[in-house]
Design a protein around this ligand. Structure first.
Ligand code: KG4
Ligand code: ZN
Length: 348
């Protein structure tokens, strides 16, 4: 099919996501209606290593991908020939993991002679919101995941401009490292979130604001402050007040994320703030953003929990942007571990 064709908008896209430790397949109609969204998590396998082991992740994707693809098609009760296009996460992510999804997607697209849409993982996280909300522009997205922390301005649909990003650890990565220091298993974010909510006291920790006009983030200093507190307690033989430390860590993270996100919303004249990524499941962050947005009259959107962490439905939602423009990907495409979000924007 030729690029530039104006496509119908009730297409059926089979989407595949294998960028990290979830094997996921979804079928999405018209970029909005999720007919099925199967997610097979490898967390139990990686838990024992305290983080994702890339080689093991790729092998597990190989074992699961065809089974999950078949199951998705069966559950929806369609024939493969009913599909309009195959979407797959092209990057960013672990190269070996991405490749498994990409080979499966290419094979299916070729066999069915339908378009292939290489999709950006972060665009997927942002457009997960479109599965449940009506989006208006301009808008600002706060992307918080295990691998990414970004503020993205969207002047119009599918146009991405990164205005801030982390200079060191991603916020989810900082959560996971802090959780590990507090002896919680991987992924530790939900444990720190729970502990912070239960805490009665709070240990004050620093905030990394960076330059006054910067939308960038830095979490490594904060993470080091937590590790220092843990070590100090150990050396002095004192019992560590884990909940108070978790609460102090979470308060620092949330304060910076919320303040910068709201500043970006006002500076960009955004009509909505879109929260997305695995850390968007954080109850403290959701509550703080909801309060600030309500106080400042900013509509806040966030996907339901199941669509915050990695899943293929969000890839189907983002791929719809390209489908509408008739912008397809050549079968020769490669996995792009450092794929550019801005470069993935739809054509003018
Ligand atoms: O988006 P995601 O599923 O994978 C990436 O693309 O990175 O995000 C996973 C990250 C992990 O670091 C996990 O600890 C974090 O999201 N996370 C949380 C919470 N739930 C998941 N972090 C803080 N609070 C939570 N409730
Ligand atoms: Zn993700």
């Amino acid at each position: 099919m030729r690029a530039g064709t104006c496509m119908t908008t009730n297409e059926l896209i089979l989407a595949i996501e294998t960028s990290c430790d979830e094997t996921s397949v979804s079928i999405v109609r018209g970029g909005r209606e999720v007919l099925v969204n199967l997610v097979s998590s490898q967390i139990e396998t990686h838990e024992q290593f305290g983080g994702v082991v890339p080689e093991i992740a790729s092998r597990q994707h190989v074992e699961s991908i065809t089974i999950i693809m078949e199951q998705a098609v069966r559950e929806v009760g369609i024939e493969l020939r009913d599909l309009s296009a195959i979407a797959v996460t092209q990057g960013p992510g672990l190269v070996g993991s991405l490749l498994v999804g990409i080979v499966a997607a290419k094979t299916l697209a070729m066999a069915l002679d339908i378009p292939l849409i290489g999709t950006h993982h972060i665009a997927g996280h942002i457009y997960a919101n479109q599965l449940v909300h009506e989006l208006v522009y301009p808008s600002v997205a706060l992307v918080v995941s295990g691998g990414h922390t970004e503020l993205v301005a969207l002047e119009r649909e599918g146009q991405f401009r990164i205005i801030g990003r982390t200079r060191d650890d991603a916020v989810g990565e900082a959560y996971d490292k802090v959780a590990r220091a507090l002896q919680f298993p991987y992924p530790g974010g939900p444990h720190v979130d729970r502990l912070a909510a239960e805490a009665e006291d709070e240990i004050e920790l620093p905030r990394a604001w960076l330059e006054p006009d910067s939308y960038d983030f830095s979490f490594s200093g904060l993470k080091s402050a937590v590790l220092a507190a843990v070590n100090q307690a150990k050396m002095k033989g004192q019992e560590l007040n884990k909940p108070a430390l978790a609460r102090g860590f979470q308060a620092s993270v949330i304060d910076v994320l919320v303040t910068k996100a709201l500043r970006a919303v006002h500076a960009e004249g955004a009509r909505q703030l879109l929260l997305c990524g695995g850390v968007a499941a954080n109850r403290g962050l959701r509550a703080a953003l909801a309060d600030r947005c309500a106080a400042e009259g900013v509509p806040l959107l966030a996907p339901p929990m199941a669509l915050c962490s990695d899943n293929a439905a969000m890839i189907g939602a983002a791929a719809h942007l390209k489908w509408k423009q008739g912008e397809f990907t050549a079968l020769e495409m490669k996995a792009e571990p450092s794929f550019s979000l801005e470069g993935w924007s739809v054509r003018d």
